[in-house]
Design a protein around this ligand. Structure first.
Ligand code: NAD
Length: 282
């Protein structure tokens, strides 16, 4: 048995194409503001990629650089200005922030309808309560879109998530619960992790441990989604040992080309949705 490859690149391209067509048809140009604090080189690459992806579908992007030496008050003032600026439709603060900045406090300053990363406490709470108002974080939303593209029905499936971060594991657990999955969230202190993973119909790895998930952790015929992005010897690898696991699973997402492109597509979708909420007549 060799698994079907979940082609995130292709699914994401189709989503971006639809967004580009919708935006072109309305003749408007939504604006995404990206706040980058400090000069983390990985963040610079992510910000550049988001800028390029936005431009490709007819969105504008404003990048606001904040020096690492600035204090939180200046950052707060910048975010409040962006919140109040009617030209700005979506705001993201590129993570991780330098150590001297309090992430949760800063994310809570973004107005929730402009919080297109969905990381603010308000959006996290709305998602947990299964509110249609929630702006859902892009990576978990991308995972769900990929699952829905390849699986006919998620109801009643046992989903095991490895990782409990605020940006992937926790919101993904809420999303899948809202889809009527039975959800188990595991983490670095979980005992007998391989045993729990073997119970999964859907196994999602989001722990940042290169190739940790092995073939004997996976139930025959399970669907395995790899969120991990790890650089090993200059190559990108996921949290799943792809070559082994593809022989056991029925579906598997590759790294790169799986969840990564879905994340970017969902960020753009969130920004376009934010624009439409702010301009209901469009
Ligand atoms: P994080 O470091 O914030 O959280 C990692 C989680 O994994 C924690 O909850 C931790 O308890 C758990 N964990 C760590 N080691 C473990 C182990 N040995 N066994 C079980 N659980 C373990 O990371 P994050 O931001 O959630 O990201 C996770 C991975 O996903 C990283 O590789 C990151 O680069 C990747 N990521 C990818 C995308 C994408 O678009 N594809 C987006 C965000 C994050």
């Amino acid at each position: 048995m060799t698994a079907v490859i979940m082609n995130g690149k292709e699914v994401a391209m189709n989503i971006r194409k639809v967004l580009a067509e919708e935006i072109a048809a309305t003749g408007v140009s939504p604006l995404l503001a990206i706040v980058q604090v400090g000069d983390n080189p990985a963040s610079q690459i992510y910000v550049r990629n988001k800028h390029k992806a936005a431009a490709e579908i007819g969105m504008k992007c404003r990048i606001c650089y904040v020096p690492e030496t600035d204090d939180e008050e200046n950052l707060r003032n910048l975010l409040l200005d962006l919140n109040d600026n009617d030209d700005v439709n979506g705001i993201i603060v590129q993570l991780p922030l330098p150590q001297n900045f309090d992430e949760l406090k800063i994310l809570s300053w973004i107005k929730y309808i402009k919080d297109v990363d969905g990381f603010s406490p308000t959006n996290a709470g709305l998602l947990q309560m299964n509110s249609p108002e929630a702006v859902v974080a892009a990576t978990p939303q991308g995972v769900l879109a990929l699952l829905k593209h390849y699986l006919s029905d998620l109801r009643g499936k046992h989903a095991v998530i490895i990782g409990r971060s605020n940006i992937v594991g926790r919101p993904l657990a809420d999303l899948l619960l809202n889809q009527d999955c039975t959800v188990t969230v595991t983490h670095s202190k979980t005992v007998n992790l391989p045993d729990i993973c073997r119970q999964a119909d859907i196994l999602i790895a989001a722990c940042g441990c290169p190739k940790m998930v092995k073939a004997d952790w996976v139930k025959k015929g399970a669907c395995v989604v790899d969120v991990g992005i790890n650089r090993v010897d200059g190559h990108l690898v996921g949290d799943v040992d792809f070559d082994e696991v593809k022989e056991v699973a029925s579906y598997i997402s590759p790294v790169p080309g799986g969840v990564g492109p879905m994340t970017v597509a969902m960020l753009l979708k969130n920004t376009w949705n934010a624009y439409k909420k702010q301009h209901p007549l469009v």
